[in-house]
Every structure is written in C-alpha cells, then in structure tokens.
Design a protein around this ligand. Structure first.
Ligand code: FAD
Length: 240
C-alpha cells in the first residue's frame, strides 16, 4: 500500500488514465542510491564536482552562495539516520581527495535524504485528451541533471501544440506530441544511463568493467570531440 502511494506520488494521478492495455513502461532500477545533504556553508568550488572513486560516487553542487548541496553514492536501502554529520563529511572528504591544497568546507547539515536511482519511461505520453508531461511520464536518475529540463521541454512542446489547436483548429501538433517528446526523452534517458554507469562503482563490479569506466572518463578528459558530445547532451537537446 505504501509502495503504491509512493509510485502515485512519483508518477502523478493522470498516468492511470492511460489503460494498461495501451500503456508500455520501461524501467531500470540502479543498484545504488544517493544520500543527499543540504549544508549551511558556501560552496567550496564555483563548479560542480563529479567524483568517481573505488568507494563510490560523490557530487559537489550548490543551492545558493551560502548553501551547498552534496551527494554520496550509498547502497540501496540506506537509512539516513545511520549517517552522522561527521561520518558524511569524512566520507565526502575521502571521495573528493585530490593532490594539492583544495579542501571541502564543512558546515551545519540542515537536511539529509536518500534518493533511489532509477529510470522510467511511459509510452505513449498522450491518450485521448490526457497528455503526460515531466515526471508523470518519465524519471531519470539525477546524475545527468535532466529531469526538470525534460519536464520544461515537454510543457513547451505541449503549449505550442495547444496554441496551434486554439488558433487553427488543427490537431496536427497535438497528434505528434508523444512521438516528438519521446525521441528527446529516450536521448536523455540514454545520456543519464551513460553518466550514471560511468560515474558510479557498481556493487560486485568486475575489474574489467571498472577499467572500462575509467577509460571512458580518461577519454572525456583527453578528447575535445568527446567532451563536446557530453556538453551538448548536458546543456540540453533541441525540442525537435
Ligand atoms: C535528488 C534529486 C536531484 C535532482 N536534480 C536535478 C537537476 O539537477 N536537474 C534537473 O533538471 N532535474 C533534477 N531532478 C529532477 C527534477 O526535480 C524533476 O524531474 C522535476 O521536478 C519534475 O517536474 P514535474 O513538474 O514533472 O514534477 P514535480 O516537480 O514532482 O511536480 C509535480 C507537482 O504536482 C503536485 N501533485 C502531485 N499530485 C497532485 C495532485 N493529485 N493534486 C495536485 N497536485 C499534485 C506535487 O505536489 C508537485 O508539486 C532531481 C531530482 C532529485 C530527486
């Protein structure tokens, strides 16, 4: 019962209006989660830092000039209560450790939560007069920072189609809404999958797979075309 309520919260109520016989869902649950914190401390760096180490992934990001947002890869099922503030900062320090004089600034932690890493796509995104947009239709793991961007893009496409219908009486753009959005959604899903698998250490990862993920990272750091391809996906795909 709790799981059903949680899924309804994740996907919204409109999705259930698409009959089971029509609706197709594609899902992947990653074998790890993110422990996320908000801390009252200015960001330690102007840039995001994505770190991949043997003990797992860590991300440094910022909410505002005085509030930092940081994440640690943790096993699924982790209870945030098991992570004291000191344990979190120590683990972040270990995962961000670099040669040189940079260090992570610590401050009071004001929020702790665990986010499972999952991908989910519902097709089609339109059934009759029901149009799905954003997380109601698709979830991506936050590694690629795509979820909100995808939601806004869906709404842009839908707004354009509704305006067209209002002005011309034509359903043409409404009819193409689902296919058009799903092309972009699958590209973002693929990008988020690539980022997630490249940057996290997998439980029971073979030595071979670990080296392949590292090779992908080295390629990104060394090759301008490879970095440009990542940047093009990261900054956003065209609406159509
Ligand atoms: C830890 C984490 C980090 C993330 N980082 C990023 C990032 O860096 N970049 C990015 O682009 N995305 C990120 N995302 C994803 C992003 O937050 C979501 O993809 C985005 O908020 C989806 O927007 P939405 O409008 O579809 O859904 P939501 O933001 O969930 O909005 C749906 C709204 O509908 C309301 N609602 C639900 N049911 C009802 C109802 N029955 N009646 C009335 N109201 C209802 C909800 O309360 C909610 O306010 C992150 C997500 C997580 C969990």
């Amino acid at each position: 019962m709790r799981l059903r309520r949680r899924l309804r919260r994740l996907h919204g109520i409109a999705r259930a209006a698409v009959p089971d016989a029509v609706r197709r869902t594609y899902e992947r649950t990653y074998p790890y989660s993110w422990l996320g914190i908000l801390a009252d401390v200015p960001p330690s760096c102007d840039e995001l830092i994505y770190a991949r180490g043997e003990d797992g992934f860590a991300l440094h990001s910022m909410r505002s000039p005085s509030v930092s947002r940081l994440y640690l890869q943790v096993p699924n099922g982790t209870d945030p209560a098991d992570w004291s503030d000191e344990r979190i900062w120590d683990e972040l320090d270990r995962r961000f450790a670099v040669d040189g004089d940079w260090s992570l600034a610590r401050g009071p932690i004001t929020s702790k939560s665990v986010t499972p890493m999952r991908s989910h796509v519902t097709e089609p995104m339109r059934y009759g007069r029901v149009f799905l947009a954003g997380d109601a239709a698709h979830i991506v793991p936050p590694t690629g920072a795509k979820g909100l961007n995808l939601a806004v893009s869906d709404v842009q496409v839908l707004a354009r189609a509704l305006t067209h219908r209002h002005r011309t009486g034509s359903d043409e753009l409404l009819d193409s809404y689902s296919d058009l959005c799903l092309r972009r959604v699958w590209q973002a899903t693929r990008f988020s999958y690539d980022m997630t698998t490249m940057l996290h250490s997998q439980p029971n990862e073979s030595a071979f797979d670990g080296r392949v993920h590292l090779a992908r990272l080295h390629r990104l750091a060394a090759s301008r075309p490879a970095a440009a391809e990542l940047a093009a996906n990261y900054t956003g795909l065209p609406l159509d």
